[in-house]
Design a protein around this ligand. Structure first.
Ligand code: PGA
Length: 253
């Protein structure tokens, strides 16, 4: 059985002080233990949050990483650094990284392999733009990103990966994909997993959805058979709305 996963992507929001304030507020809510909760803060706040969440089941993730263990790469973070600061997860290939920092599928696959080798769970993001959707290219784009971003992974390794479908047109726009549209793509990803890794491995992989997830739409999204959780941007910045999302997800599955 796949346990629902709710991950908050804070992007470039919150100082250390603001992050600690958020943690205090979040743990004051009665959160269900029926889903996994992950917060991916800016790197500066990871260690302080790890301390603030100690004794709870809330986990932390990075928003990006370099595939090397160490090296002369100014401004980058290695998987070992993320691990030691308190991360269990790392988001890879987010559309903002692809769009603004020229991250390619090839780079995502190297990072995914490196994350796995260094005991981090990669959350690998795929998603089409509005132009691609309107041109009827959604399946083609998702299939291509799936193939190239997961290149070199084995069936044993894929079960340690989380996949996130994030339609670019739904990120930060307030436009959520309908539960039917999201299920269609998450279902396609499950089918691609079966073809590439076999059905036993495919059934174990969590496929989450991201793009304007809010307390009032999360339940409907998670009711779909292949939507195993949510990657939440804007609504994860407010402790109350993030708690409401976790609570709604907890009663859903
Ligand atoms: P959003 O962002 O929830 O603000 O749309 C989602 C994401 O970028 O992961």
């Amino acid at each position: 059985m796949r346990i629902p996963l709710i991950a908050g992507n804070w992007k470039m929001y919150k100082t250390v002080g603001e992050a600690i304030e958020f943690a205090r507020e979040l743990i004051s809510f009665a959160l269900p233990d029926s889903c996994k909760v992950v917060i991916c803060p800016p790197a500066t706040a990871i260690f302080s949050l790890w301390e603030a969440f100690r004794g709870t089941s809330i986990e932390l993730g990075g928003q990006n990483m370099h595939y090397s263990v160490e090296g002369p790469y100014t401004g980058e973070l290695s998987p070992a650094m993320l691990r030691e600061a308190g991360c269990k997860y790392v988001i890879l290939g987010h559309s903002e990284r692809r769009q603004y920092f020229a991250e390619t599928d090839r780079a995502v696959s190297k990072k995914a392999l490196s994350a796995l080798e260094n005991s981090l769970i990669p959350i690998v993001c795929v998603g089409e733009t509005l132009e691609q959707r309107e041109a009827g290219l959604t399946s083609e784009v998702i299939s291509g990103q799936f193939r190239d971003s997961l290149q070199g992974l084995t069936a044993g390794q894929i079960t340690g990966v989380v996949l996130a479908y994030e339609p670019v047109w739904a990120i930060g726009t307030g436009k959520t994909a309908s539960d039917i549209d999201a299920q269609q793509v998450n279902g396609l990803i499950r089918k691609l997993l079966v073809e590439k890794f076999g059905s036993e491995a495919a059934e174990k992989v969590s496929i989450i959805y991201g793009g304007s997830v809010k307390p009032d739409n999360v339940r409907q999204l998670l009711a779909q058979p292949d939507i195993d959780g949510a990657l939440v941007g804007g609504a994860s910045l407010d402790a109350k709305s993030f708690a409401e999302i976790i609570i709604a997800a907890g009663v859903n599955k």
